[in-house]
Design a protein around this ligand. Sequence first.
Ligand SMILES: [Zn+2]
Length: 490
Amino acid sequence: MSAPRGGSSEPAGAWEAVIGLEIHVQLRTDRKLFCADSTRFGDAPNANVCPVCLGLPGALPVLNREAVELAVRAALAFGCEIHETSIFARKNYFYPDLPKGYQISQLERPLATGGQFTVDGRDGKAGAAVRIRRIHMEEDAGKSLHDRFPRATAVDLNRTGTPLIELVSEPDLRSPEDTRAYLQQVKQVLEYLDVSDCNMEEGSLRVDANVSVRPVGSEELGTKTEVKNMNSFSGVERAIRCELVRQQELLSRGGRVEHMTLLWDEVRGEVRPMRTKEESHDYRYFPDPDLPPLVLLPAMVERIRSELPELPANRRARFREEYGLPAYDSEVLTSSRALADYFEEVVGGVDDAKQASNWVMGPVMATLKERAWAPEEYPVPPPTLARVIQLVQGGTVSTSVGRDLLKKVIETGRSPDEIVEGEGLAQVRDEGQLEGWVDEILAAHPDEVSRFKGGEAKLQGYFMGLIMKASRGKADPGEVVRLLAAKLRR
Ligand SMILES: [Zn+2]
Protein backbone atom coordinates (compact mmCIF):
# COMPACT_ATOMS: atom_id res chain seq x y z
CA MET A 1 0.00 0.00 0.00
CA SER A 2 1.32 3.42 -0.84
CA ALA A 3 1.20 6.41 1.43
CA PRO A 4 -1.59 8.88 0.75
CA ARG A 5 -0.53 11.91 -1.22
CA GLY A 6 -3.63 14.04 -0.99
CA GLY A 7 -5.05 15.94 -3.95
CA SER A 8 -7.86 15.09 -6.29
CA SER A 9 -6.16 12.18 -8.06
CA GLU A 10 -6.94 9.77 -5.22
CA PRO A 11 -8.81 6.64 -6.20
CA ALA A 12 -12.13 5.91 -4.48
CA GLY A 13 -11.77 4.21 -1.14
CA ALA A 14 -8.41 5.85 -0.51
CA TRP A 15 -7.32 7.33 2.78
CA GLU A 16 -6.57 10.94 3.48
CA ALA A 17 -3.74 11.93 5.80
CA VAL A 18 -4.41 14.50 8.52
CA ILE A 19 -1.25 15.95 10.01
CA GLY A 20 -0.49 18.72 12.49
CA LEU A 21 2.90 19.75 13.81
CA GLU A 22 4.15 20.97 17.16
CA ILE A 23 7.46 22.71 16.61
CA HIS A 24 9.71 23.57 19.54
CA VAL A 25 12.12 26.35 18.73
CA GLN A 26 15.00 27.41 20.92
CA LEU A 27 15.16 31.19 21.04
CA ARG A 28 18.48 32.79 20.25
CA THR A 29 19.32 34.37 23.59
CA ASP A 30 22.58 34.25 25.56
CA ARG A 31 20.73 33.73 28.83
CA LYS A 32 18.10 31.30 30.03
CA LEU A 33 14.41 32.20 30.28
CA PHE A 34 14.25 32.85 34.02
CA CYS A 35 17.88 33.14 35.19
CA ALA A 36 21.22 34.53 33.99
CA ASP A 37 22.87 31.20 33.11
CA SER A 38 24.41 30.84 29.68
CA THR A 39 22.55 28.91 26.97
CA ARG A 40 25.76 28.04 25.08
CA PHE A 41 25.73 24.62 23.44
CA GLY A 42 28.51 22.15 24.15
CA ASP A 43 29.71 23.43 27.54
CA ALA A 44 30.84 20.90 30.18
CA PRO A 45 27.82 19.07 31.64
CA ASN A 46 26.06 20.96 34.44
CA ALA A 47 28.37 23.97 34.07
CA ASN A 48 25.45 26.36 33.52
CA VAL A 49 23.08 25.85 36.41
CA CYS A 50 21.95 27.95 39.36
CA PRO A 51 19.40 27.80 42.19
CA VAL A 52 16.66 29.15 39.88
CA CYS A 53 16.89 26.56 37.12
CA LEU A 54 17.56 23.83 39.69
CA GLY A 55 14.41 24.87 41.52
CA LEU A 56 16.11 25.20 44.91
CA PRO A 57 13.88 26.50 47.72
CA GLY A 58 13.61 30.26 47.85
CA ALA A 59 14.93 30.88 44.33
CA LEU A 60 12.73 33.12 42.23
CA PRO A 61 12.47 33.28 38.43
CA VAL A 62 12.91 36.57 36.55
CA LEU A 63 11.65 36.68 32.98
CA ASN A 64 14.18 37.35 30.19
CA ARG A 65 12.90 40.35 28.21
CA GLU A 66 14.90 39.49 25.10
CA ALA A 67 13.25 36.08 24.90
CA VAL A 68 9.81 37.70 25.07
CA GLU A 69 10.71 40.06 22.24
CA LEU A 70 11.92 37.20 20.05
CA ALA A 71 8.75 35.21 20.78
CA VAL A 72 6.60 38.21 19.84
CA ARG A 73 8.59 38.69 16.64
CA ALA A 74 7.98 35.09 15.63
CA ALA A 75 4.28 35.25 16.50
CA LEU A 76 3.82 38.43 14.45
CA ALA A 77 5.58 36.89 11.45
CA PHE A 78 3.11 34.00 11.49
CA GLY A 79 0.17 36.38 11.59
CA CYS A 80 -0.88 35.56 15.13
CA GLU A 81 -2.87 37.76 17.45
CA ILE A 82 -0.54 38.75 20.30
CA HIS A 83 -2.35 38.73 23.61
CA GLU A 84 -1.75 41.68 25.85
CA THR A 85 -1.82 39.40 28.87
CA SER A 86 -0.51 35.86 28.96
CA ILE A 87 0.05 33.57 31.93
CA PHE A 88 2.96 31.32 32.78
CA ALA A 89 1.79 28.01 34.22
CA ARG A 90 3.49 25.07 35.85
CA LYS A 91 3.34 21.80 33.99
CA ASN A 92 3.95 19.25 36.71
CA TYR A 93 5.63 15.94 36.10
CA PHE A 94 8.50 13.96 37.48
CA TYR A 95 11.51 13.20 35.36
CA PRO A 96 15.19 12.95 36.32
CA ASP A 97 16.15 15.77 33.96
CA LEU A 98 13.56 18.11 35.49
CA PRO A 99 14.85 18.93 38.97
CA LYS A 100 12.06 21.41 39.79
CA GLY A 101 9.42 18.75 39.25
CA TYR A 102 7.64 21.11 36.85
CA GLN A 103 8.30 22.95 33.65
CA ILE A 104 7.19 26.57 33.25
CA SER A 105 5.00 26.85 30.16
CA GLN A 106 1.81 28.55 29.05
CA LEU A 107 -1.48 26.70 28.73
CA GLU A 108 -4.80 28.49 28.90
CA ARG A 109 -3.53 31.94 28.12
CA PRO A 110 -0.69 31.67 25.64
CA LEU A 111 1.32 34.52 24.20
CA ALA A 112 -0.34 34.34 20.78
CA THR A 113 -3.06 32.50 18.86
CA GLY A 114 -4.78 32.34 15.48
CA GLY A 115 -1.99 32.64 12.91
CA GLN A 116 -1.74 31.51 9.31
CA PHE A 117 1.05 30.25 7.09
CA THR A 118 0.82 29.46 3.39
CA VAL A 119 3.43 27.08 2.09
CA ASP A 120 5.00 28.21 -1.18
CA GLY A 121 4.51 25.42 -3.69
CA ARG A 122 6.56 24.75 -6.78
CA ASP A 123 6.82 27.33 -9.57
CA GLY A 124 5.70 30.11 -7.28
CA LYS A 125 2.20 28.65 -6.79
CA ALA A 126 0.58 28.62 -3.36
CA GLY A 127 0.86 25.31 -1.50
CA ALA A 128 -0.85 24.11 1.69
CA ALA A 129 -2.53 26.75 3.85
CA VAL A 130 -1.86 25.95 7.49
CA ARG A 131 -3.59 27.60 10.41
CA ILE A 132 -1.37 28.26 13.42
CA ARG A 133 -3.36 27.44 16.55
CA ARG A 134 -0.99 29.02 19.04
CA ILE A 135 2.53 30.11 19.85
CA HIS A 136 3.46 29.98 23.49
CA MET A 137 6.64 30.40 25.52
CA GLU A 138 8.16 27.78 27.76
CA GLU A 139 11.42 26.64 29.28
CA ASP A 140 13.26 23.54 28.18
CA ALA A 141 14.04 20.57 30.43
CA GLY A 142 17.49 19.05 30.93
CA LYS A 143 18.91 16.11 29.09
CA SER A 144 19.26 12.45 30.05
CA LEU A 145 22.35 10.89 28.52
CA HIS A 146 21.98 7.16 28.09
CA ASP A 147 25.20 6.54 26.19
CA ARG A 148 27.68 8.28 28.48
CA PHE A 149 28.29 5.57 31.08
CA PRO A 150 27.70 1.82 30.88
CA ARG A 151 24.46 0.69 32.57
CA ALA A 152 23.81 4.17 33.96
CA THR A 153 22.01 7.30 32.85
CA ALA A 154 23.70 10.67 33.29
CA VAL A 155 21.82 13.96 33.56
CA ASP A 156 23.02 17.25 32.08
CA LEU A 157 21.01 20.23 33.28
CA ASN A 158 22.68 22.89 31.10
CA ARG A 159 19.63 22.96 28.87
CA THR A 160 17.21 23.35 31.79
CA GLY A 161 15.48 26.71 31.55
CA THR A 162 16.52 27.43 27.95
CA PRO A 163 13.87 29.64 26.32
CA LEU A 164 11.63 28.00 23.73
CA ILE A 165 8.55 28.80 21.78
CA GLU A 166 6.17 26.07 20.77
CA LEU A 167 4.43 26.66 17.47
CA VAL A 168 1.33 24.48 17.19
CA SER A 169 -0.45 24.08 13.87
CA GLU A 170 -3.98 22.93 13.20
CA PRO A 171 -4.12 19.52 11.48
CA ASP A 172 -4.17 21.12 8.03
CA LEU A 173 -1.41 19.16 6.33
CA ARG A 174 -2.38 16.32 4.00
CA SER A 175 0.83 14.55 3.00
CA PRO A 176 4.31 13.81 4.32
CA GLU A 177 5.78 15.88 1.46
CA ASP A 178 3.65 18.91 2.31
CA THR A 179 4.60 18.50 5.97
CA ARG A 180 8.26 18.55 5.10
CA ALA A 181 7.83 21.64 2.89
CA TYR A 182 5.88 23.36 5.68
CA LEU A 183 8.56 22.58 8.23
CA GLN A 184 11.37 23.72 5.93
CA GLN A 185 9.63 26.99 5.20
CA VAL A 186 8.75 27.62 8.85
CA LYS A 187 12.43 27.10 9.65
CA GLN A 188 13.36 29.52 6.88
CA VAL A 189 11.05 32.17 8.33
CA LEU A 190 12.52 31.68 11.80
CA GLU A 191 16.02 32.07 10.34
CA TYR A 192 15.06 35.23 8.44
CA LEU A 193 13.61 36.58 11.69
CA ASP A 194 16.86 35.72 13.47
CA VAL A 195 14.90 34.38 16.44
CA SER A 196 16.68 31.02 16.46
CA ASP A 197 19.67 29.29 14.90
CA CYS A 198 17.25 26.42 14.12
CA ASN A 199 20.05 23.88 14.42
CA MET A 200 18.23 20.55 14.36
CA GLU A 201 21.32 18.55 15.27
CA GLU A 202 21.83 20.58 18.43
CA GLY A 203 18.15 20.36 19.30
CA SER A 204 17.30 24.01 18.58
CA LEU A 205 14.38 22.91 16.39
CA ARG A 206 12.38 19.86 17.47
CA VAL A 207 9.23 18.50 15.93
CA ASP A 208 6.37 16.31 17.07
CA ALA A 209 3.68 15.28 14.61
CA ASN A 210 0.03 14.48 15.25
CA VAL A 211 -1.00 11.98 12.63
CA SER A 212 -4.33 10.40 11.72
CA VAL A 213 -6.05 9.11 8.60
CA ARG A 214 -9.65 9.21 7.41
CA PRO A 215 -11.48 8.06 4.30
CA VAL A 216 -11.16 10.59 1.49
CA GLY A 217 -14.19 12.88 1.58
CA SER A 218 -14.80 12.46 5.30
CA GLU A 219 -14.84 15.57 7.46
CA GLU A 220 -14.45 13.72 10.74
CA LEU A 221 -11.06 13.38 12.34
CA GLY A 222 -9.72 9.89 12.98
CA THR A 223 -7.92 8.93 16.18
CA LYS A 224 -4.49 10.49 16.11
CA THR A 225 -1.14 9.32 17.32
CA GLU A 226 1.79 11.49 18.27
CA VAL A 227 5.12 10.80 16.60
CA LYS A 228 8.25 12.06 18.34
CA ASN A 229 12.01 11.91 18.00
CA MET A 230 12.35 13.11 14.40
CA ASN A 231 15.66 14.91 13.97
CA SER A 232 15.79 15.88 10.32
CA PHE A 233 13.52 16.96 7.48
CA SER A 234 13.84 13.60 5.80
CA GLY A 235 13.24 11.93 9.17
CA VAL A 236 9.97 13.84 9.56
CA GLU A 237 8.81 12.86 6.10
CA ARG A 238 9.78 9.21 6.50
CA ALA A 239 8.38 8.86 10.02
CA ILE A 240 5.01 10.31 9.03
CA ARG A 241 4.80 8.16 5.91
CA CYS A 242 5.62 5.12 7.98
CA GLU A 243 2.94 5.94 10.59
CA LEU A 244 0.33 6.66 7.89
CA VAL A 245 0.96 3.27 6.31
CA ARG A 246 0.67 1.60 9.72
CA GLN A 247 -2.66 3.31 10.44
CA GLN A 248 -4.08 2.58 6.99
CA GLU A 249 -3.18 -1.09 7.22
CA LEU A 250 -4.70 -1.30 10.67
CA LEU A 251 -7.95 0.39 9.59
CA SER A 252 -8.16 -1.54 6.33
CA ARG A 253 -8.06 -4.78 8.32
CA GLY A 254 -10.93 -3.48 10.44
CA GLY A 255 -8.72 -2.59 13.39
CA ARG A 256 -8.72 0.58 15.46
CA VAL A 257 -6.01 3.19 15.89
CA GLU A 258 -5.20 3.73 19.53
CA HIS A 259 -4.21 7.12 20.83
CA MET A 260 -0.56 6.83 21.81
CA THR A 261 2.90 8.30 21.53
CA LEU A 262 5.32 6.74 19.09
CA LEU A 263 9.05 7.13 18.75
CA TRP A 264 10.66 7.28 15.33
CA ASP A 265 13.65 4.99 14.99
CA GLU A 266 15.78 6.60 12.28
CA VAL A 267 18.16 3.66 11.98
CA ARG A 268 15.52 0.96 11.63
CA GLY A 269 13.10 3.20 9.77
CA GLU A 270 10.14 2.35 11.97
CA VAL A 271 7.89 3.83 14.64
CA ARG A 272 7.39 2.07 17.95
CA PRO A 273 5.20 2.88 20.92
CA MET A 274 6.71 4.74 23.85
CA ARG A 275 6.23 2.91 27.11
CA THR A 276 2.82 3.94 28.37
CA LYS A 277 4.22 4.71 31.83
CA GLU A 278 6.16 7.59 30.30
CA GLU A 279 3.24 9.17 28.53
CA SER A 280 0.38 8.81 30.95
CA HIS A 281 0.71 12.29 32.40
CA ASP A 282 -1.76 14.40 34.23
CA TYR A 283 0.21 17.61 34.33
CA ARG A 284 -2.01 19.44 36.81
CA TYR A 285 -1.26 22.81 35.26
CA PHE A 286 -1.73 25.86 37.45
CA PRO A 287 -0.53 29.47 37.12
CA ASP A 288 3.02 29.85 38.42
CA PRO A 289 2.67 31.76 41.71
CA ASP A 290 6.22 33.10 41.37
CA LEU A 291 5.52 34.84 38.07
CA PRO A 292 3.07 37.69 37.53
CA PRO A 293 1.02 37.72 34.32
CA LEU A 294 3.08 38.76 31.31
CA VAL A 295 1.66 42.07 30.13
CA LEU A 296 2.84 43.42 26.78
CA LEU A 297 2.54 47.09 26.05
CA PRO A 298 0.91 47.68 22.63
CA ALA A 299 3.70 50.14 21.79
CA MET A 300 6.28 47.42 22.24
CA VAL A 301 4.36 45.00 20.01
CA GLU A 302 3.99 47.70 17.36
CA ARG A 303 7.69 48.51 17.50
CA ILE A 304 8.55 44.83 16.97
CA ARG A 305 6.05 44.65 14.12
CA SER A 306 7.61 47.67 12.44
CA GLU A 307 11.03 46.02 12.68
CA LEU A 308 10.02 42.73 11.02
CA PRO A 309 12.25 41.91 8.04
CA GLU A 310 10.88 41.01 4.63
CA LEU A 311 9.85 37.36 4.91
CA PRO A 312 11.01 34.64 2.51
CA ALA A 313 7.70 34.24 0.62
CA ASN A 314 7.49 37.98 -0.03
CA ARG A 315 11.08 38.07 -1.09
CA ARG A 316 10.60 35.15 -3.50
CA ALA A 317 7.61 36.95 -5.05
CA ARG A 318 9.53 40.21 -5.29
CA PHE A 319 12.51 38.50 -6.95
CA ARG A 320 10.16 37.13 -9.61
CA GLU A 321 8.44 40.45 -10.19
CA GLU A 322 11.15 43.04 -9.65
CA TYR A 323 14.01 41.15 -11.34
CA GLY A 324 11.96 38.95 -13.68
CA LEU A 325 13.68 35.84 -12.35
CA PRO A 326 12.28 32.32 -12.86
CA ALA A 327 10.56 30.77 -9.81
CA TYR A 328 13.43 28.34 -9.41
CA ASP A 329 16.05 31.10 -9.21
CA SER A 330 13.93 33.04 -6.73
CA GLU A 331 13.60 29.98 -4.55
CA VAL A 332 17.30 29.16 -4.54
CA LEU A 333 18.47 32.74 -4.03
CA THR A 334 16.14 33.32 -1.07
CA SER A 335 16.99 30.03 0.61
CA SER A 336 18.93 32.08 3.13
CA ARG A 337 18.67 35.71 4.01
CA ALA A 338 22.42 36.22 3.62
CA LEU A 339 22.42 34.74 0.11
CA ALA A 340 19.43 36.87 -0.92
CA ASP A 341 21.14 39.98 0.46
CA TYR A 342 24.30 39.08 -1.45
CA PHE A 343 22.42 38.63 -4.71
CA GLU A 344 20.66 41.96 -4.32
CA GLU A 345 23.94 43.77 -3.80
CA VAL A 346 25.44 42.11 -6.88
CA VAL A 347 22.41 42.93 -9.00
CA GLY A 348 22.79 46.58 -8.06
CA GLY A 349 26.12 46.61 -9.92
CA VAL A 350 25.10 44.89 -13.16
CA ASP A 351 22.21 45.60 -15.49
CA ASP A 352 21.16 41.99 -16.07
CA ALA A 353 19.49 40.31 -13.09
CA LYS A 354 19.43 36.88 -14.73
CA GLN A 355 23.19 37.08 -15.31
CA ALA A 356 23.71 38.03 -11.66
CA SER A 357 21.48 35.11 -10.66
CA ASN A 358 23.45 32.70 -12.87
CA TRP A 359 26.72 33.80 -11.32
CA VAL A 360 25.45 33.54 -7.75
CA MET A 361 23.69 30.21 -8.32
CA GLY A 362 26.61 28.87 -10.37
CA PRO A 363 30.20 29.69 -9.37
CA VAL A 364 29.37 31.32 -6.03
CA MET A 365 27.21 28.49 -4.73
CA ALA A 366 29.62 25.88 -6.10
CA THR A 367 32.39 27.46 -4.04
CA LEU A 368 30.16 27.63 -0.95
CA LYS A 369 29.47 23.93 -1.32
CA GLU A 370 33.08 23.03 -2.05
CA ARG A 371 34.44 24.90 0.95
CA ALA A 372 31.47 24.24 3.24
CA TRP A 373 31.04 27.99 3.71
CA ALA A 374 27.84 29.69 4.82
CA PRO A 375 26.77 32.45 2.39
CA GLU A 376 27.90 35.06 4.90
CA GLU A 377 31.41 33.60 4.77
CA TYR A 378 31.85 34.07 1.02
CA PRO A 379 34.87 36.37 0.78
CA VAL A 380 34.19 38.14 -2.53
CA PRO A 381 32.38 41.43 -1.88
CA PRO A 382 29.27 41.90 -4.08
CA PRO A 383 30.72 44.86 -6.04
CA THR A 384 33.74 42.69 -6.92
CA LEU A 385 31.54 39.91 -8.32
CA ALA A 386 29.58 42.60 -10.17
CA ARG A 387 32.85 43.78 -11.71
CA VAL A 388 33.70 40.24 -12.88
CA ILE A 389 30.26 39.98 -14.49
CA GLN A 390 30.81 43.34 -16.20
CA LEU A 391 34.16 42.16 -17.59
CA VAL A 392 32.44 39.09 -19.05
CA GLN A 393 29.45 40.99 -20.38
CA GLY A 394 31.68 43.64 -21.93
CA GLY A 395 33.70 40.95 -23.68
CA THR A 396 36.98 41.72 -21.88
CA VAL A 397 37.18 38.11 -20.68
CA SER A 398 35.32 34.96 -21.65
CA THR A 399 32.87 33.28 -19.26
CA SER A 400 35.33 30.55 -18.37
CA VAL A 401 38.12 33.03 -17.73
CA GLY A 402 35.62 35.00 -15.64
CA ARG A 403 35.03 31.94 -13.48
CA ASP A 404 38.79 31.47 -13.01
CA LEU A 405 39.10 35.14 -12.24
CA LEU A 406 36.65 34.75 -9.38
CA LYS A 407 38.74 31.93 -7.93
CA LYS A 408 41.89 34.05 -8.24
CA VAL A 409 40.16 36.92 -6.44
CA ILE A 410 39.48 34.54 -3.54
CA GLU A 411 43.04 33.17 -3.58
CA THR A 412 44.92 36.46 -3.92
CA GLY A 413 42.55 39.10 -2.62
CA ARG A 414 43.45 41.24 -5.66
CA SER A 415 40.86 43.06 -7.72
CA PRO A 416 39.57 41.50 -10.98
CA ASP A 417 41.06 44.34 -13.05
CA GLU A 418 44.49 43.91 -11.46
CA ILE A 419 44.44 40.18 -12.19
CA VAL A 420 43.29 40.64 -15.80
CA GLU A 421 46.00 43.25 -16.33
CA GLY A 422 48.76 41.40 -14.48
CA GLU A 423 48.14 38.02 -16.08
CA GLY A 424 47.21 39.25 -19.53
CA LEU A 425 43.83 37.53 -19.36
CA ALA A 426 41.93 40.00 -21.50
CA GLN A 427 40.10 38.39 -24.38
CA VAL A 428 41.84 38.72 -27.73
CA ARG A 429 39.80 40.18 -30.57
CA ASP A 430 42.68 41.37 -32.70
CA GLU A 431 41.96 39.84 -36.09
CA GLY A 432 45.62 39.20 -36.89
CA GLN A 433 46.28 37.37 -33.65
CA LEU A 434 43.09 35.33 -33.91
CA GLU A 435 43.87 34.39 -37.48
CA GLY A 436 47.28 33.18 -36.37
CA TRP A 437 45.72 30.67 -33.97
CA VAL A 438 43.09 29.57 -36.45
CA ASP A 439 45.62 29.01 -39.25
CA GLU A 440 47.95 27.17 -36.90
CA ILE A 441 45.29 24.67 -35.89
CA LEU A 442 43.88 24.16 -39.37
CA ALA A 443 47.38 23.66 -40.78
CA ALA A 444 48.13 21.05 -38.10
CA HIS A 445 44.96 19.03 -38.88
CA PRO A 446 44.66 18.66 -42.66
CA ASP A 447 42.72 15.35 -42.41
CA GLU A 448 40.04 16.87 -40.21
CA VAL A 449 39.83 19.89 -42.50
CA SER A 450 39.11 17.71 -45.53
CA ARG A 451 36.61 15.61 -43.55
CA PHE A 452 34.88 18.83 -42.52
CA LYS A 453 34.75 19.98 -46.12
CA GLY A 454 33.38 16.53 -46.96
CA GLY A 455 30.39 17.19 -44.73
CA GLU A 456 31.36 16.38 -41.13
CA ALA A 457 29.98 19.63 -39.74
CA LYS A 458 30.38 18.58 -36.13
CA LEU A 459 34.15 18.95 -36.48
CA GLN A 460 33.69 22.67 -36.07
CA GLY A 461 33.41 22.17 -32.31
CA TYR A 462 36.62 20.17 -32.39
CA PHE A 463 38.48 23.03 -34.11
CA MET A 464 36.93 25.54 -31.68
CA GLY A 465 38.23 23.59 -28.72
CA LEU A 466 41.75 23.41 -30.11
CA ILE A 467 41.84 27.08 -30.99
CA MET A 468 40.55 28.13 -27.58
CA LYS A 469 43.20 25.91 -26.02
CA ALA A 470 45.93 27.37 -28.19
CA SER A 471 44.87 30.85 -27.08
CA ARG A 472 44.71 29.69 -23.46
CA GLY A 473 41.04 30.64 -23.35
CA LYS A 474 41.68 34.23 -24.43
CA ALA A 475 40.37 34.13 -28.00
CA ASP A 476 36.98 35.77 -28.41
CA PRO A 477 34.80 32.74 -29.24
CA GLY A 478 32.40 34.74 -31.41
CA GLU A 479 35.23 36.02 -33.57
CA VAL A 480 36.78 32.56 -33.81
CA VAL A 481 33.48 31.09 -35.04
CA ARG A 482 33.28 33.79 -37.70
CA LEU A 483 36.89 33.32 -38.84
CA LEU A 484 36.60 29.54 -38.84
CA ALA A 485 33.47 29.64 -40.96
CA ALA A 486 35.11 32.01 -43.44
CA LYS A 487 38.23 29.88 -43.77
CA LEU A 488 36.57 26.49 -44.03
CA ARG A 489 34.12 27.69 -46.62
CA ARG A 490 36.93 28.11 -49.13
ZN1 LIG B 1 19.97 29.06 36.20
